[in-house]
Design a protein around this ligand. Sequence first.
Ligand code: ZN
Length: 140
Amino acid sequence: MDTSVMPPMPVTNPLTEFFWEGARAHKLMILRCQSCGYFVHYPRPICERCLSEELAPEQVSGSATLYSYTITMKAWHPFWVDKVPYVLASVELPEQPDLKMLTNIVDCEHDAVEVGMALEVTFREVAAGLTLPLFKPVGS
Ligand SMILES: [Zn+2]
């Protein structure tokens, strides 16, 4: 963990705190509608399918498929100066069609990154109090 420059920290609120607490506990948590079972990510207060306000965090499998990515070459913040290039990715979770999250792909040569590749979550403490759910190729 590099502590010389802090990353931009997420501003948590009652709607998102479960996500960051889950990451610190190495659990990938996604909001799920308690009325119809629909997963909602990013966290929102209302189910987009049935408009229920009865949402609760649920641990998901941690599996994913790479939907899209880009390799970031420029550090847009001092925290990333020694971390570029890195892979910024949109991954699709298997729990529901079109359930996606933004993340980074790690433990993978950039030439080997491929849309559709099978991924699994891994958790990295990138700063004191900030653990991120990142994804790596299955079995790497
Ligand atoms: Zn619903």
